[in-house]
Design a protein around this ligand. Structure first.
Ligand code: AMP
Length: 217
């Protein structure tokens, strides 16, 4: 199955993508993760992407599309994939459709995780990441026993630059301007499935998997 997850920052795309990809036995391909890996390795792509990421802006389409084209050409993606965080603009969506058409295939479903702005701000501004093991905590929903120290490995926690208040506001504006139009784009193709992404993580996963079942997933 070829699936895309869309939704605002903080909708839980990354978390749900893990569960759904495991359920479907397809690779999870997250453009945010690929960019972050490039940033931490200091590659030329990472240096370029970081400027945009830290400002809460989208990395230019051409850079992002080329990166996804290379990733989808890898053998593990030949029978299906779950894209998390791509496409995020209408030009990216058109490029993806074309890229898949060239390969003789197409997307099956675009799943939208629906959450309102207030909830997004609460979720993102409280998110903390462990410098040691990478585990993600939340000051309100999943706190550590000692402030800013990881319960799992004892390392210090930090706040991702793009989870800071001003950057969150920019990311929400970017989402409304550039990504929300994808809902209509894929809706017109009859591929859009909306899921209520509020409430416990497990409940959202159940809703997502139930919805996929009706598409044979
Ligand atoms: P994410 O972890 O998906 O929220 O992505 C983190 C950041 O990476 C975003 O705020 C963007 O700066 C960049 N990014 C990730 N995916 C894309 C994309 N499809 N198009 C442009 N920029 C992206």
């Amino acid at each position: 199955m070829r699936l895309v997850l869309v939704g605002p920052p903080g909708a839980g795309k990354g978390t749900q993508a893990e569960f759904i990809a495991a359920h479907l036995a397809v690779p999870k391909i997250s453009t945010g993760d690929i960019f972050r890996a490039n940033v931490s390795q200091g590659t030329p792509l990472g240096v370029e992407a970081k400027r945009y990421m830290d400002a809460g802006q989208l990395v230019p389409d051409e850079v992002t599309i080329n990166m996804v084209r290379d990733r989808l050409a890898e053998p593990d993606a030949s029978d299906g994939f779950l894209l998390d965080g791509f496409p995020r603009t209408v030009p990216q969506a058109s490029a993806l459709d074309k890229l898949l058409a060239d390969l003789g295939t197409a997307l099956d479903i675009v799943m939208e995780l629906v959450v309102d702005d207030d909830e997004v701000i609460r979720r993102l501004s409280g998110r903390r990441t462990c410098r040691g093991c990478g585990k993600i905590w939340h000051v309100e929903f999943d706190p550590t026993s000692k402030t800013d120290i990881c319960d799992r490995c004892g390392s210090e926690l930090f706040q991702r630059d793009d989870d800071k208040a001003e950057t969150i506001a920019n990311r929400l504006v970017e989402y409304a301007d550039k990504t929300a139009p994808l809902v209509d784009f894929f809706g017109a193709q009859g591929k859009l499935v909306g899921i209520d992404a509020t409430g416990p993580v497990e409940d959202v996963t159940v809703r997502a998997i139930d919805a996929l079942r009706s598409y044979g997933g």
